[in-house]
Unconditional design. Sequence first.
Length: 278
Amino acid sequence: IIAHVDHGKTTLIDALLKQTGAYEFKDGETAIMDSNPLEKERGITIFSKNASFLYKGVQFNIIDTPGHADFGSEVERILKMVDGVLLLVDAFEGPMPQTKFVLKKSLELHLKPILVINKIDRPNIEPHEVADITFDLFCELNATDEQLDFPIVFASGKDGTATLDLEEKGKDMKPILDTILHRVLPPVADSTKSFQMLITMLEYDSYVGRISIGRIFHGKIRNGEQMTLVKTDGTIKEGKVTKILKYQGLKRVEVDSAEAGDIVSIAGIDGVKVGETL
């Protein structure tokens, strides 16, 4: 999910998690994806976050990206993990500078965005005009004909509603979820090939050490198996998988194995850097 800062990404994800029952909110709780103390203090998303839920029997892996220009390099890395993007645009403000940056990166990676005009609950909005301006931005950025044929969903993340037609009042978030189902193809991944995963994010755990987070592009991996780290300078380091974690809702749960298409956290090898390959 990509957008300019404050265009409502995290609120929209909260609504999707609520819709699918992936998270039970306590009264007044919002922005659950902003878990880092600095994010809570500043009220903006700085670090990319993962969540996973089931809808109509299909697993959705959702990544909330930073909308602030200072964190553009993180957005670029994350886009290499995904099969599709929701481009969120404020119904009042329209496309902003960071909108152009994140859209440009998405189009260059041949992703086909779904346009979500958000905050339609606000007064004095011109959602159709915003859609037209966004279309012009696609053209300016040399989008292909296929990318220009993007679906539009009108939403209020705050109210937890979405609609494909402004004449029909939204009841829930299903129009967004159904549009993703129809528009975003399943990952092109081969579980029979050798295991390969691009490290996109890193975390540290005092118990298991450095945790590598990324998407498995090929193959399978099991707990206890040997793995090889290919560093950016071409050197190789051997290690052993000590823990594999996958997302269920916002929680990470330990699993015995993972395969191509999964977004996972793997522990067992130190000295890892973002951009290296397991």
